[in-house]
Write a protein that binds this ligand. Structure first.
Ligand SMILES: C[S@@+](CC[C@H](N)C(=O)[O-])C[C@H]1O[C@@H](n2cnc3c(N)ncnc32)[C@H](O)[C@@H]1O
Length: 294
């Protein structure tokens, strides 16, 4: 576990310098390490903690433990979400999808999108995008060290879809004239209503050709008491992104105009499961679905 930013920087010196040089747009001599703001909880690092990862700071762990105190099932939800990501990406690759735009990548862990897709089709091309510098550090290290096909990671923000679509690094890996699977796993609940999450998704989907897909998962309080439902967002108030959980009906709206694949919008463990369902699966607080653009 990481206790101090110093230790973190020492362990990731090379990648940090690379990242700061790359995305802070500095001059060659300006190699200030990325400010990871270890004192502020970051959703990516809290999620890493939920998944049992080690790439998190004390502030992330304190905030994550507060969430787990409200509902220990959040950890189950995180694991179920990750497993859904892998089944959905595998399914899409098996449908012949060769290009993936994965927004809100998260800190790499087991079974990342490019690994899952390239296991089905080694020619799969993947562009990752996240707005958290720590994600860039780890993803670049992973992509540099792995025997990957065509994959890239860029810093960017879902709230600026025009810039995402115009990003030269993304355009180098993805041909947006050909079908693309847009992956929004466990990110839209970090987009406030004020930032028009439906408009952002529409902007991206509209830019993709027929035969493209939208796959997403989204945190929900549908299975919580009203009192508990209010506590989760309160913990995230001190974090770098706010939490807006949405009901099934609200999540369904993201798929307007698209053809939902079977079994429709269901809780994450129930989306084409690899194993027999358990009683609690239907109450996991993550809605999950995959849809095709006609
Ligand atoms: C809970 S993690 C999900 C990681 C991965 N997609 C998964 O499902 O396993 C959410 C990720 O979204 C990123 N994120 C949050 N808001 C974002 C935004 N506006 N633009 C880009 N990334 C964002 C966070 O930094 C974090 O890495």
């Amino acid at each position: 576990m990481i206790e101090h930013q110093d230790q973190y920087e020492a362990e990731h010196q090379d990648e940090l310098q690379h990242v700061s040089f790359d995305w802070m747009g500095g001059e060659a001599e300006d190699r200030t390490p990325a400010d990871l703001k270890p004192e502020v909880p970051h959703p990516a690092r809290m999620y890493d903690y939920f998944l049992g990862g080690k790439d998190n700071f004390p502030a992330d762990r304190v905030a994550a433990e507060k969430v787990l105190a409200i509902s220990p099932l959040v950890r189950i939800g995180a694991l179920a979400n990750r497993a859904f990501l892998q089944r959905a990406v595998r399914h899409l690759a098996e449908q012949g999808v060769k290009q993936f735009l994965d927004i809100g990548t998260g800190i790499p862990t087991a079974g990342n999108t490019h690994e899952t897709a390239q296991r089905v089709n080694p020619d799969s091309r993947v562009a990752y995008l996240d707005n958290d510098p720590i994600v860039l550090v780890h993803s670049r290290a992973l992509l540099a060290g792995a025997s990957h096909g065509s994959a890239t990671v860029v810093q960017g923000d879902l709230r600026d879809p025009g810039a995402v679509l115009d990003d030269p690094q993304i355009r180098k890996v993805l041909d947006l004239g050909q079908p693309v699977a847009l992956l929004l796993f466990a990110i839209l609940h970090f987009i406030d209503d004020a930032d028009d999450p439906y408009g952002l998704v529409r902007h991206l989907v509209d830019a993709l050709p027929s035969g493209s897909y939208l796959a997403l998962s989204h945190g929900t309080a549908d299975f919580m008491s009203a009192a508990d439902a209010a506590k989760g967002p309160a913990v995230y108030r001190s974090a770098t992104a706010q939490l807006t959980m949405r009901s099934r009906e609200q999540v369904l709206r993201f798929f307007d105009g698209l053809e939902l694949a079977e079994p429709g919008l269901v809780t994450a463990p129930l989306w084409r499961p690899d194993q027999p369902a358990r009683e609690t699966d239907a109450m996991t607080g993550i809605w999950a679905g995959v849809a095709r653009k006609p």
